[in-house]
Design a protein around this ligand. Structure first.
Ligand code: PMP
Length: 360
C-alpha cells in the first residue's frame, strides 16, 4: 500500500453492483428490473447488431487506432473538424485522459458537490487536489465555482445535465460563466445526457469552441445511443488540445466493435428519436407517481429521476432489491435521503412504481 501514489491510496473503490445473474440467483427471481445505471432500455438496434456481426470476421486485426471513419462521421454530423475529436473507451476514458494530459499533483481541480463520481476519481488518482464546491438547489453554483478559482486551478468539470441530480444549466448561464473563466483554466463540459435535452434548450457547446480554446466538450454513446456495454465516447476541443490528448491516449482505446457500432449509431436517427420519446414518456410516468404520493424529486433533464424517499433511503433500496427492482442509492454523492431511478420501458417503470407503492 505504501508504494501506491498517495492519491490512489486514498481513493474509495467505485461501488459497482453485482452481476444481474448473480442477484437473480441469490434472490430466486428470474426477471429483475435494473433501473440503476442510466442505461438505454431499448437495447441494441437491429442495425448495430448487424454491423457487429459483420465486424466479427476482422477481430484478429487491431482496430483503426485513429478511428478515421467514426471521426469523419462525427465531424460531418456536427460541423466540426476531425482533428478536434479525441475518441474514448466511453466518455469516462476522455475524462481521465484530459486530467492525465493537463493536470499534475501541484494543481487544483474544481467540481460541484453532487457531481459525477469520476471527476474526483481522476483528479485524486493523479495526486491533484479536488475542490468540491457546495451545490445550489442540487445543481452547479457557477458563481461559487468561479470564486473557488485560485492560482493553482487547472481545470473545472461541469456536467450538463448533471448526474445524479439531473439539474441543468441554461445556455445563458453557461456562456456567462465561460466568459469569466481565466484562459489558463480548462473547462470540461460533460454532456453525457445532451440528447435528452430539448433542442431549444441545448447549449451551442461546439460553437463555443471557436471562442474558448480552453473549453472541452465530452459526449457519449452510452446513453441515448444505447451502447453502454461497448464503451464509446468522445471529446471535442481546440485542435491543439485534441492533438495533445491524442498523444497521451492509448492507440487502441476504442475497439473494432465499439468503433463500428458507434459509426452506425450516429446515423440512426430513428433509434435516437425513439430513445428520447421513451425517456420522455417514462419521465412523465415517474413524475406522476411522485406527485401522486407527494414524494419530492429533483426535476431532471437526464434519463433518470432522483427521488427524495426519506431518511430510510438505504432500507427502501434494499426492499426494492428484494422485490426485484434495482435502483441507485446516492448517499455517496451526499444525497442520503434520495434514490436515483433510471427511466426504463413503461413496464419496468411500472414495476418500480408497484414495488414502491407496496412500501409506502
Ligand atoms: N458523465 C456523466 C455525467 C455520466 O453520468 C456518465 C455515465 N454514468 C459518464 C460521463 C460516462 O459514461 P461513459 O463512460 O459510459 O461514456
Amino acid at each position: 500500500k505504501q508504494l501506491a501514489n498517495v492519491g490512489v491510496r486514498n481513493l474509495q473503490p467505485y461501488q459497482a453492483g453485482k452481476p444481474i445473474e448473480e442477484l437473480e440467483r441469490e434472490l430466486g427471481i428470474s426477471d429483475i428490473v435494473k433501473l440503476a445505471s442510466n442505461e438505454n432500455p431499448l437495447g441494441l438496434s437491429s442495425k448495430v447488431r448487424a454491423a457487429l456481426q459483420d465486424t466479427l470476421s476482422g477481430l484478429a486485426r487491431y482496430p483503426d487506432a485513429n478511428g478515421f471513419y467514426l471521426k469523419a462521421k462525427l465531424a460531418k454530423k456536427f460541423g466540426i473538424a476531425a482533428n478536434q475529436i479525441t475518441l474514448g473507451n466511453g466518455s469516462n476514458d476522455c475524462l481521465e485522459l484530459v486530467a492525465r494530459t493537463f493536470v499534475n499533483d501541484s494543481h487544483e481541480v474544481i467540481f460541484s458537490q453532487h457531481a459525477f463520481v469520476v471527476y474526483p476519481l481522476v483528479t485524486q488518482a493523479i495526486g491533484a487536489k479536488g475542490v468540491a464546491v457546495p451545490a445550489k438547489d442540487y445543481g452547479h453554483d457557477l458563481e461559487a465555482m468561479l470564486a473557488a478559482i485560485t492560482d493553482k486551478t487547472r481545470m473545472i468539470f461541469i456536467a450538463n445535465p448533471n448526474n445524479p441530480t439531473g439539474t441543468f444549466l441554461t445556455t445563458d448561464e453557461l456562456s456567462a460563466f465561460l466568459a469569466k473563466v481565466p484562459a489558463n483554466v480548462l473547462v470540461v463540459l460533460d454532456e453525457a445526457y445532451y440528447e435528452y435535452v430539448s433542442e431549444a434548450e441545448r447549449a451551442p457547446s461546439f460553437e463555443w469552441l471557436a471562442q474558448y480554446p480552453n473549453l472541452l466538450v465530452s459526449r457519449t454513446f452510452s446513453k441515448a445511443y444505447g451502447l453502454a456495454g461497448l464503451r464509446a465516447g468522445y471529446m471535442v476541443s481546440h485542435p491543439e488540445v485534441a492533438d495533445l490528448m491524442n498523444r497521451a491516449r492509448q492507440p487502441f482505446n476504442m475497439n473494432s466493435l465499439s468503433l463500428r457500432a458507434a459509426e452506425v449509431a450516429i446515423d440512426d436517427d430513428d433509434y435516437l428519436q425513439q430513445s428520447v420519446a421513451v425517456n420522455a414518456a417514462g419521465m412523465e410516468q415517474l413524475v406522476a407517481f411522485c406527485d401522486k404520493h407527494g414524494l419530492p424529486y429533483i426535476p431532471s433533464h437526464g434519463n433518470f429521476l432522483t427521488i427524495e424517499v426519506g431518511d430510510n433511503a438505504g432500507e427502501i433500496y434494499q426492499q426494492l432489491l428484494q422485490a426485484g427492482v434495482i435502483v441507485r442509492p446516492v448517499a455517496g454523492y451526499e444525497l442520503p435521503r434520495h434514490l436515483r431511478v433510471s427511466i426504463g420501458l413503461p413496464e419496468e417503470n411500472e414495476a418500480f412504481i408497484r414495488a414502491m407503492e407496496q412500501l409506502l
